[in-house]
Design a protein. Structure first.
Length: 443
């Protein structure tokens, strides 16, 4: 039995949990899982004394008794409240950590494209999956990292299901691939640990939308992404998080970019009581482009934490980062953006912007841009601003006959919409804009 301060449902007898969750996959994963669980047990659940979690109290993880999850019986009608209920094109759905074939349709994909539940992919394409599973997240073959990876270890230990997306060399996927991860905690407080593995080979291109939504109850979502982009690959990735008000959502995302690849990330967080996303991009090729965009809304006592890290390891690369947050009531926002420019990464152009709009005197933002530059021929800038609605802008709208509450709503909406407009998929952008407007007009 592995124990931290006291016996805890997140750190249990591995054999019992293995049998209960039906953990499957190659036997090689067994040793990986056991080693990962030992690492998590050694580190324990973080506290605010840990620098990387300074503003993120996770006492609920320590105090809550979690039960293993199992798939709920849902229909498409049950998903009507999702901002991204459905998109035209392939869709794969995970419910409470289990593959839901009745809510999935991945037919009609071109040759060379695979969208599978992770367990099925391991059975059918073990060699392809294992090229990256557990390797990108552990920085295999890369320099060391300063990130806190304990939740990555927890996911590796308990991952029972997830998603695998593969696009072969030179294939351009026209329809948007939609990955839906749903939780409905109707049998206790559940914990789910999905793993998402995405590989685009050389010259491949795709657009992937990943939506998280809660249908009630208290849950803990602990997801890990491993994304590999081959030379000249192009991925536009959208993550929408609208989980329930009693959910803790923690995501660790790892991206590896090769020469000439383009990665565009759009992160949208409106839900969960506590959410944390660690997005780590390792630029391992020349002439790459990396765009990290984020929009988040905090209401009530929500805590929304975004940590980003870009490692520029090769020369002649560009990265652009824009995160915008709206914080109301007693909500708390956190942004920590790290950019590392290695000694060999000459001609790097990196720009980072973080802005927060406070709608309440009781709302809080903690922002910390970090640039560590070891090359001398670079262009690197960062900026962080915190403010309230400008009186001049409000006066301008009111002078045109717009009521004060409507004027305030328009200004707040426009602030975040500037980031949402970076999403090129029209139906996704419009749905998320509508969800933002709905939440801003909750009264």
């Amino acid at each position: 039995m592995l124990i931290t301060e006291k016996p805890h449902s997140l750190i249990s007898n591995f054999e019992a949990v293995r049998e209960l969750l039906g953990l499957t996959g190659p036997e090689s994963l067994r040793a990986v899982r056991e080693a990962a669980l030992a690492k998590f047990a050694e580190a324990g659940i973080p506290t605010t004394r840990d620098e990387e979690f300074k503003y993120l109290p996770l006492n609920r993880l320590r105090e809550t008794e979690y039960v293993p999850s199992y798939g709920a019986t849902l229909s498409e009608d049950d998903l009507r409240g999702m901002p991204l209920k459905t998109l035209d094109g392939p869709c794969l759905t995970i419910v409470n950590g289990e593959f839901a074939p009745e809510l999935s349709n991945v037919s009609g994909l071109p040759n060379g494209v695979r969208v599978r539940a992770l367990s099925e992919a391991l059975e059918q394409h073990e060699g392809l999956v294992m090229r990256h599973l557990g390797k990108i997240a552990t920085h295999e073959g890369k320099l060391g990292t300063t990130n806190d990876e304990r939740f990555t270890h927890l996911n590796t230990a308990y991952m029972a299901e997830g998603v695998y997306v593969f696009v072969a060399k030179g294939v351009m996927v026209e329809p948007t691939i939609h990955l839906r991860l749903i939780t409905q905690a109707d049998h206790g407080t559940i914990a789910v640990h999905p793993r998402v593995v995405i590989e685009l080979e050389e010259g491949a291109a795709a657009k992937i939308v990943e939506s998280y939504h809660g249908l009630g109850g208290e849950s803990f979502t602990n997801v890990v992404h491993e994304i590999a982009l081959g030379a000249n690959a192009n991925l536009e990735y959208v993550k929408s998080q609208t989980e329930g008000g009693s959910t803790i959502h923690i995501a660790n995302q790892y991206v590896d970019q090769k020469d000439g690849s383009v990665f565009t990330s759009n992160q949208v967080a409106f839900g969960a009581a506590i959410s944390r996303t660690d997005l780590n991009v390792f630029v391992d090729g020349e002439h790459t482009e990396t765009s990290l965009n984020g929009a988040y809304l905090g209401q009530g006592e929500q805590i929304i934490d975004n940590h980003t890290r870009i490692d520029h390891a090769k020369p002649n690369c560009h990265s652009f980062e824009v995160y915008k947050g709206i914080l109301d009531d007693r909500s708390v926002g956190v942004f920590n953006g790290k950019i590392f420019v290695y000694e060999d990464a000459q001609k790097t152009d990196a720009k980072q912007t973080n802005q927060a709009l406070l709608l309440s005197a009781n709302a809080t933002i903690n922002t910390k841009p970090q640039l560590e530059i070891f090359a001398d021929d670079v262009k690197c800038t960062h900026g962080a601003t915190v403010g309230q609605i400008r009186d001049e802008a409000l006066f301008y709208l009111r002078s045109r006959g717009i009521p004060e509450m409507d004027a305030r709503g328009l200004l707040v909406y426009a602030f975040a919409a500037e980031v949402l407009e970076k999403i090129s998929i029209d139906v996704v952008r419009e749905a998320l804009e509508a969800e933002l407007y709905r939440r801003l007009n909750r009264d």
